[in-house]
Design a protein around this ligand. Structure first.
Ligand SMILES: Cc1cc2nc3c(=O)[nH]c(=O)nc-3n(C[C@H](O)[C@H](O)[C@H](O)COP(=O)(O)OP(=O)(O)OC[C@H]3O[C@@H](n4cnc5c(N)ncnc54)[C@H](O)[C@@H]3O)c2cc1C
Length: 876
């Protein structure tokens, strides 16, 4: 990191409780909190003054992009009263003045060594302390090393051939001269059209005689509509400041907002337009990012918003070719940080402003006079680099940090950063990061996230002191669990599809991983609080107070599954087992009527087949037109505890299995309890398999390529049909796909104790199902409890079990027992899922990869390659 010249303090050699690197929003508040704890602390910053981001980024037009009413500290009520923001989006000088005032109000400068870069930090295992060194030769020993060094504080260097050759003036937006720059009469080049470029270009254009903008990737930007601070927010703040700040802390993005439940894909054209225009007029990032509830996860919904923004760009820019070049088309809206601008697109209508699209005309080199592209040589008086930052990890990796056993942070993070809560990383005791990778950070209003982090760290240090601990460090298990949760949260969104700085894609050689936590400020805060309330779960703490390790994972449920459970809990529905069978069926049907339909398949037809107790309705799903067949056939049995469910209940899942596997799916509605008790459902299943086998050709199937599948109780009768077919000498079944199947009636395994309450299928409901289906004396019959039967010579199996399912352990036991009996078995663990979540096609996105595995298993049952399967990536 470069150091800003300023007064040169003498070298320091001393001991402190804590060293804080950085004197921006984070460092200042951290120093304040350390003082409150009565701890000694030393701050360092390479800058010559406080301010961090707002010290360095002095380019014309530099402003915040979160309304300043919200982009501010909340810890100091007096400061809040004293400071009145002049604009909706304050300028850099105003924010810097604010931070100076904050520092002065609390006398923080005296604790900070400015113009000093921390160069190394080494953990001394004998001393249980960090040894910190700086570029001024300071050597500091401290118990706690706190990196408040910023997420966007290490500018990317200009990686263009010949960058050092240019004889004119060179400027970086991130290190702008304090005295400002006058471009009057100059020929200026701006390289980069991220936020800094988009903010500065209109202002540079006002002075320059010629402005040429070199654009590699067009970015989405919306007008900021800057002006006075928003009146309604000011009123809310003056009426109930604490309530407002509380709402911000528990919001998704760090600004109070009512999340919408309007889906872009189902909203009418009028509603879409109305919501979009309202967000456009409001001019706030979280507004335009939240036009529809599904725009961050559903490509079709995202396209609606992106398309409307592109329309606005085309309206703003006169020259159609320039307009087209300015329209982002290579990433989903929001997957790169969108920008707020003031007259950015209109700037290209000025006669002296020109856009060079580097996709068509790449830069070859920088010369003494200017820039050579593939087509043209340009001459300039000045080049402005607005080329962004080595985000989130840059400042952490710029210091030579070694932890236990000489482990280097950069080596540990070579495959990508790994943290617990974005706050700490295993192997580096007492090293805290403020807004580190794996925390909401750059996806949030950062002042809210910064205060939350600092408060958490301060609370942690206080608790350690009170309990007599000197060191704290996350466990490997806790950290890998959190990393996985961070990935899970990103995986259900469109974000990983973009080559963004969130993904490290702007820095050559940086691993492509999604760096921030996208689960929301509120969900993140809850996780941090839960860690503390569970006795610092996932941390080892040592000292006079002993050696305490509470190992564990704080979040292991898939985020969208957790969200569905939360929504369902909020509905206050009566427990299913308190209803009559008829009312429970009506409730299921009502829920089925409002969910997404599942993917398109070539053909869906309903029919009936003869059954032992009368006709059995069935629904056939064909993956491709009949003349493109024949296809293998899968006979499917729905879930519902032998009591509930029908052809509609599992329709989206059947469509999904059909589309993914390329097999014809025949879903059979068997007789239900209590009207028809055990063994009616099992008999119907076997009869259905026999009928489908006998009618394979007319159904469009391939003779000999028949499998069964079922979910829950449907899995029970699917496998029982396999037992019966084996015993009867046919039909030949190629494979069985059993999704969270019921295979015994005991309800005694640990998964019942762990998951018997709170995850939709409860122990009480399972008991209700069994009571409806079979007498206690019948429940040991292998046709009710197939785990107890003879498992030899059964068809190949794929058994799916879900982590948060009471039936998990019996499914695992069945897989093991089949394997022991010599049956080829594939066990798919649905990590972080519940009994029902895999069936929620189009709602629980994290279920899609598991369903892809199920379809793969189905395809593997059949010898020949299946035709007509659609690409898995196109199914939600
Ligand atoms: C132009 C711009 C606009 C932004 N606008 C917004 C916005 O509107 N809303 C929002 O939420 N966020 C915004 N951000 C993100 C912004 O970085 C954070 O909001 C916030 O200012 C970060 O504060 P910080 O104290 O954590 O880090 P910083 O403000 O980045 O401060 C870190 C400090 O650490 C110092 N440092 C780093 N490494 C060392 C070292 N080894 N030795 C010594 N000193 C070191 C740096 O010199 C720097 O001064 C913006 C960022 C930029 C670049």
């Amino acid at each position: 990191m470069t150091r800003d010249s300023g007064t040169k303090p003498a070298a320091v050699s001393a001991q402190f409780d804590a060293v804080v690197v950085g004197a921006g929003f984070s460092g200042l508040y951290m120093l304040y909190q350390l003082r409150q704890l009565g701890m000694s602390a030393k701050g360092f910053d390479a800058a010559a003054d406080v301010g961090g981001t707002w010290y360095w980024n002095r380019y014309p037009g530099a402003r915040c992009d979160i309304p300043t009413t919200d982009y501010a500290y909340s810890f100091d009520p007096e400061l809040e009263k004293e400071w009145i923001w002049s604009e909706k989006y304050a300028t850099q000088p105003e924010i810097l003045d604010y931070l100076r005032l904050a520092a002065d109000r609390h006398g923080l400068r005296s604790d900070i060594e400015f113009s000093t870069t921390v160069t190394s930090a080494h953990w001394d295992e004998g001393e249980n302390r960090w040894k910190i060194t700086t570029d001024r030769g300071n050597e500091i020993w401290c118990r706690y090393y706190i990196m408040a060094s910023g997420c966007l504080s290490i500018p990317k260097s200009a990686e263009i051939e010949g960058a050092g050759q240019f004889a004119g003036q060179v400027y970086f937006t991130s290190q702008w001269p304090h005295e400002g720059v006058d471009f009057t009469g100059q020929r200026v080049a701006v390289i980069g059209t991220g936020s800094s470029g988009i903010q500065s270009i209109p202002l540079i254009a006002r002075q320059a005689s010629q402005l040429t903008v070199f654009q590699r990737t067009p970015n989405f930007s919306i007008p900021a509509h800057n002006g006075p601070a928003p009146a309604e927010r000011l009123v809310q703040l003056s009426d109930d400041r604490d309530g407002y700040r509380h709402a911000a802390r528990w919001s998704r993005g760090g600004i109070p907002a009512e999340p919408t439940d309007v889906l872009g894909v189902t909203a009418s054209e009028d509603v879409r337009r109305e919501r979009f225009e309202a967000a456009w007029d409001q001019g706030e990032l979280f507004g335009i990012l939240g036009v529809f509830a599904d725009q961050g996860v559903n490509p079709d919904s995202n396209d609606i918003v992106a398309g409307m923004i592109r329309e606005k760009i085309r309206l703003a820019v006169d020259d159609p070719e320039t307009a087209e070049a300015l329209c982002p088309k290579d990433h989903y809206f929001g997957t790169k940080r969108p920008c707020l601008d003031t007259g950015y697109f209109e700037t290209y209508n000025l006669p002296h402003v020109r856009l060079v699209d580097l996709r068509k005309q790449p830069i070859i080199r920088i010369t003494e006079e200017g820039i050579d592209t593939a087509d043209q040589s340009f001459e300039f008086d000045a080049i402005v680099y607005a080329t962004g930052f080595d985000a989130m990890t840059g400042a952490l990796a710029a210091v030579d940090v070694t932890g236990r056993g000489g482990l280097s942070l950069t080596e540990k993070w070579a495959p990508g950063p790994s943290t617990y809560l974005g706050l700490m990383t295993a192997g580096f005791p007492n090293l805290f990061m403020i807004t580190g990778p794996g925390s909401p950070s750059v996806l949030s209003n950062m002042t809210v996230s910064i205060e939350q982090h600092v408060d958490w760290v301060a609370g942690c240090l206080r608790d350690m002191r009170d309990a007599g601990f000197d060191t704290i460090e996350p466990t490997a298990l806790a950290e890998s669990g959190w990393d996985e949760h961070v990935r899970d949260c990103a995986a259900i969104t469109l974000h990983p599809t973009a080559s963004s700085w969130y993904m490290g894609a702007n820095v050559p050689g940086k691993p492509r991983v999604f760096l921030p936590y996208i689960g929301g400020v509120n969900a993140y805060r809850q996780a941090c609080d839960d860690v503390v309330s569970q006795g610092y779960l996932g941390f080892r703490r040592t000292g006079r107070g002993g050696d305490q390790c509470r190992d564990g994972v704080i979040r292991s449920m898939q985020p969208d599954v957790a969200m569905v459970l939360e929504i369902m809990a909020g509905l206050g529905l009566p427990p299913m087992e308190t209803l009559s069978a008829g009312d429970a069926r009506a409730l299921m049907a009502a829920a089925a009527a409002i969910r997404p339909p599942g993917p398109e398949v070539a053909e869906v037809t309903d029919g009936v087949m003869p059954g032992p107790g009368g006709d059995l309705p069935y629904r056939l799903y064909r993956p491709a037109a009949a003349d493109q067949g024949p296809h293998p056939i899968v006979v499917y049995f729905h879930g519902g505890g032998w009591v509930l469910g029908d052809l509609d209940s599992d329709d989206p899942l059947c469509r999904d299995l059909c589309a993914r596997s390329g097999a014809v799916v025949v879903s059979v509605n068997y007789r239900h309890a209590p009207e028809a008790r055990f063994p009616a459902a099992a008999q119907d299943a076997f009869t259905a398999v026999q009928w489908v086998d006998a009618n394979t050709v007319s159904l469009g199937g391939i003779p000999g390529q028949l499998a069964v599948a079922g979910w829950s109780a449907g899995g029970n009768i699917a496998t029982v049909a396999c037992h019966l077919a084996r015993d009867a000498g046919g039909p030949r079944i190629a494979g069985q796909l059993l999704i969270n199947p019921v295979v015994e009636s005991e309800m005694m395994r640990p998964s019942y104790a762990e998951n018997g309450d709170g995850y939709i299928l409860t122990t009480a409901l399972m008991r209700w199902f069994w009571d409806h289906y079979a007498d206690p004396a019948e429940r040991g019959d292998p046709r009710a409890a197939p785990l107890l039967g003879n498992l030899a010579d059964l068809p190949s199996a794929c058994i799916v079990t879900a982590d948060f399912d009471p039936l998990r352990d019996e499914g695992v036991a069945y897989a093991r027992a089949l394997d022991a009996a010599g049956v080829p078995v594939r066990h798919v663990r649905a990590r972080g899922h519940t009994h029902t979540s895999l069936t929620m096609v189009g709602i629980v996105i994290s279920g899609a990869p598991v369903r892809a595995q199920m379809a793969g298993a189905l395809a593997d049952f059949f010898p020949a390659p299946v035709t007509g399967a659609v690409s898995n990536s196109s199914i939600g």
